[in-house]
Design a protein around this ligand. Structure first.
Ligand code: DGY
Length: 322
């Protein structure tokens, strides 16, 4: 009998990550990458020591309370951990870890792609070419929105927000940010701090959502907050779909209050609000923030570093529920 730690890996991971899992763990893997329900995981959980999940597996309080006592760690293959009830895990004596840092650049790159795509009409422009509705070049239409010299508001200036700011500086954007605590001057690097959301929002010609999904941020972008934005603002979301109230954003996109949106994350992925698909002024991506081979490998390795540390009786680097 193997004395390697027993884990369940909920999703198919990059080859080198799977190889490391096969070498170091007695693992139940998911080579066909089937969608596993909570029930599917619980049915296989007996005798396991840990779980390696991703953001697609909801680990709520009911799920956590049904896990066998032998499970002492949940490592998530994601920086976000809003799919895990941290308090329930803490109460059950389960350590939760995530994979920060390594997907910062890839996600910030997607934020810039969305910003340019939404502002300059990447969706409608591409449709014109593909559907042969591009009759001829014209001086007056169709036109997009300049990002150069515009004001970018970053809501949540953590690692990813800072990386978005770094890229936006290349476009000479004026950068404002809203965060609970002001950053050190060298990290702020010329960005203007706003302590009040209501004072921050009217400055945001572009608003990039880079905060975590928490009880304070869920539904934060709603009719009231959107009404504070300048007319014709552009909203970019690479954080989590539930920060946005879809009814309110869609209404604002229809009225033109919000000129355009670039969205990589949605409520109820992948079954997004179908009205987004009908809007010309949105540029939509299927949660691609971390989707490059190197980033996904690094995420898998980081999740395994945390598991290895835990099972070697060391403190994992990325515990999020201390
Ligand atoms: C993350 O790591 O949180 C990404 O959104 C992928 O889930």
């Amino acid at each position: 009998m193997s004395n390697k730690p027993k884990i369940l890996v909920s999703r198919l991971l990059p080859d080198v990550v799977e190889q490391r899992i096969a070498g170091n763990y007695d693992a139940i893997t998911n080579p066909d990458d089937n969608v596993l329900s909570a029930r599917d995981i619980l049915n296989q959980a007996r005798g396991l020591d840990g779980l390696l999940v991703s953001a697609t597996e909801k680990c709520d309080a009911a799920f956590i309370s049904s896990l066998p006592d032998s499970i002492k760690i949940i490592a998530t293959f994601s920086v976000g951990y809003d799919h895990i009830d941290l308090e329930a895990a803490r109460n059950a004596g389960i350590v939760v870890t995530n994979t920060p840092d390594i997907l910062t650049d890839a996600t910030a790159d997607i934020a810039l792609l969305l910003m340019l795509g939404a502002a300059r009409g990447a969706y409608w422009g591409e449709q014109m070419v593909r559907k042969q509705t591009w009759a001829r070049w014209a001086p007056t239409h169709p036109l997009g929105i300049d990002i150069t010299y515009a004001t970018l508001g970053i809501l949540g200036m953590g690692r990813i927000g800072q990386a978005v700011a770094e890229r936006a500086r290349a476009f000479k954007m004026n950068i404002n940010y809203f965060k609970r605590q002001r950053l050190e001057a060298d990290i702020e690097n010329g960005a203007n701090y706003f302590e009040s959301l209501d004072e921050f929002l009217p400055t945001c010609q572009f608003l990039s959502l880079n905060c975590a999904s928490t009880s304070q941020t869920r539904g934060l972008i709603n009719r009231r907050t959107i009404s504070k934005l300048p007319d014709g603002a552009v909203i970019i979301n690479t954080a989590r779909g539930d920060i946005v109230n879809d009814d309110d954003l869609i209404e604002a996109l229809q009225s033109g209050k919000v000129a355009a949106a670039g969205l990589d994350v949605f409520n109820n992925e992948p079954n997004i609000d179908p009205r987004y698909r009908t809007l010309e002024n949105v540029f939509l991506l299927p949660h691609l923030g971390s989707a490059t081979p190197d980033t996904r490998i690094a995420m898998g390795m980081r999740a395994l570093d945390n598991l290895d540390a835990f099972f070697n009786e060391q403190t994992p680097k990325d515990i999020v529920n201390l």
